[in-house]
Design a protein around this ligand. Structure first.
Ligand code: AMP
Ligand code: MG
Length: 529
């Protein structure tokens, strides 16, 4: 394998903790602390994603023992000094103080095809920021992170990536439901890859320490390395930066809403400064459409991070970032103006996003009523979000409401139990939807056949057919825990083309099965990972 080159930027731009030993502590006046990955003599890679090819690795490189040694932490890239980053954050709305990479160890950075990439192992051992944790990760949560990072990428959603998934070869003790039933599970290591893993919480950490010099250094580094289009300096540049982070954060969350992704733990330490989806823990995709749903049992009481609240929480998190950046800007009016722009852009993007999902050219204020009726109806009787939008693309303009209902009926859970009243509401909605779509057709210069084709294409390019439903992830996990990785490979392969028809995978294009409704891992997940 061609030797990997280490081209550091984070560690050269920012100060290192003077203490070099790896023990749990509070750190001040530094951005990172040294931490070596543990030696796992029996570690073994069980899956490598296509990211490897994107990064220029060839088949023979992946099969080379060096690849496995580097991405399980057994061998270091020449010149690299592994480290853990410090950060703080607001967890579930409360200030949590110092957090940091408790089980992520940054290996090296490299510029590949003009793009900077940082490589990080998750689950390779403790760091000074491990607090009460062991620095390890288990197979089930690592499979979920590995598969979902790549699935999100293929859905066209900004995300950190996952290069490889390995067994550590050791057992890890976890109490999945925090109910006193701890058990040993296979340990695992994921190699995460992103241009940078800097989070909102990094800025909050320095701001809380009152270290404005370090706050400025971090902000300048982030702008010059990752926001090269911002060329000014001082307050203006920082405001431009905050606007850009705001826009990216909103864009990312609108993508989540589009596909029904619920992050589960939108704490400010889990918000990437690059607008990437990061930290795949108790996440889930909606099965029945439900604004109040969260897969995270730890959040069951208040459901702070439920699907319907994600855009609002994004704004709350940006407010925390604005507070952290304030010492560099000292202009609350300007910062507030940017936060207000989030709200107006949200409204616009919500409407344009819904228009795309519904197969319209664009949505106008006059469409709000029809969209709102749909949102309500989807809650009235359990309806599978993914199946609904995908099947809706098959509803044709000249379908009667009854025929249209038949087309979408596979998306309803317990159809036999649907009341007459709700059925009639659906018929009336479908009739109005047909009229609205016909209106676009009438205005279009395309023939009816070409219009119908373009509409279906648009809808199928925005409404995925194949998603990583929690029960699918759980089936992958159940097989992998028995040493069978064939389901992992199959699901991974399916998720590479979420918008395309893949008849060989149609068994996965189905409503959540009954057995998964209340099963741990399928509808109920905890932060234990
Ligand atoms: P999360 O909610 O997974 O984003 O984690 C919040 C914080 O807890 C981060 O600082 C993590 O690094 C840390 N953490 C989570 N699990 C562990 C673990 N097993 N060992 C050490 N730190 C952990
Ligand atoms: Mg985290």
């Amino acid at each position: 394998m061609k030797p990997l080159s280490h081209q550091p930027s984070f560690t050269t731009a920012l100060p290192q903790d003077a203490e070099e030993k790896n023990f749990i502590r509070q750190v001040q006046g530094a951005a990172y602390s040294l931490a070596q990955p543990l030696k796992f003599p029996n570690s073994a890679i069980i899956h490598v994603s296509d990211l490897a090819y994107e990064l220029g690795f060839k088949e023979e490189d992946i099969n080379d023992s060096t690849f496995e040694a580097v991405f399980t932490g057994q061998e270091l890239v020449k010149g690299s000094t592994p480290y853990a980053m410090g950060y703080a954050g607001h967890q579930f709305g409360h200030w949590a103080g110092q957090l940091g990479d408790g089980r992520a160890i940054n290996l090296f950075e490299s510029i590949i095809n003009g793009q900077r990439w940082a490589f990080q192992l998750k689950g390779a051992g403790p760091t000074p920021y491990s607090r009460r944790g062991d620095g390890l990760a288990v197979l089930r949560s690592s499979i979920r992170e590995h598969l979902c990072s790549e699935a999100m990428h293929h859905l066209g959603i900004p995300t950190t990536r996952s290069l490889s998934l390995a067994l550590s070869g050791e057992q890890v003790l976890r109490d999945v439901m925090y109910d006193g039933n701890a058990a040993y599970e296979p340990g695992a290591i994921v190699c995460r890859v992103a241009p940078s893993f800097i989070r909102f919480g990094h800025f909050e950490w320095f701001a809380a320490q009152g270290d404005h010099e370090l706050l400025k250094k971090l902000t300048d580094y982030t702008i010059s390395t990752f926001y090269p289009d911002i060329t000014g300096s001082g307050k203006e540049a920082y405001l431009e930066f905050f606007q850009e982070v705001t826009d990216r954060t909103l864009k990312m969350i609108m993508h989540w809403q589009r596909v029904g992704f619920v992050h589960g733990v939108m704490n400010t330490d889990n918000m990437s400064i690059l607008g990437l989806t990061i930290d795949y823990g108790p996440f889930g995709f909606l099965d029945p459409y439900d604004h109040s749903w969260t897969p995270n049992t730890t959040d069951n009481q208040h459901k702070r991070y439920r699907y319907g609240a994600q855009p609002e929480i994004g704004l709350w998190n940006l407010l925390q970032l604005a507070n952290a950046l304030f010492p560099l800007i000292e202009d609350s009016k300007a910062l507030q103006g940017i936060l207000n722009s989030y709200k107006t852009r949200y409204q616009q993007q919500y409407l344009s996003g819904m228009a795309e999902k519904l197969g319209w050219q664009k949505a106008n204020a006059s469409d709000i009523e029809l969209i709102q009726r749909l949102e309500n109806l989807l809650h009235e009787h359990e309806t599978d979000m993914t199946l609904f939008y995908r099947e809706l693309s098959k509803v044709e303009i000249d379908h009667s409401p009854e025929d249209a209902f038949k087309v979408i009926s596979m998306s309803f859970y317990e159809l036999a139990q649907m009341t007459k009243k709700i059925k009639n509401q659906w018929l009336s909605w479908l009739e109005d939807y047909g009229k609205r779509t016909k209106h676009d057709n009438d205005k279009s210069s395309l023939t009816s056949v070409a219009f119908a084709k373009a509409r279906t294409q648009q809808m199928n390019a925005t409404n995925p057919k194949y998603i990583l439903r929690n029960y699918i992830a759980q089936m992958v996990i159940d097989a992998a825990e028995q040493g069978d990785y064939s389901v992992l490979r199959e699901v991974y392969d399916m998720l590479k083309r979420p918008y395309e028809e893949q008849p060989q995978y149609d068994q996965w294009y189905a409503k959540r099965p009954d057995w998964a409704k209340d099963k741990v891992g399928c509808s109920r997940l905890s932060c234990s990972s």
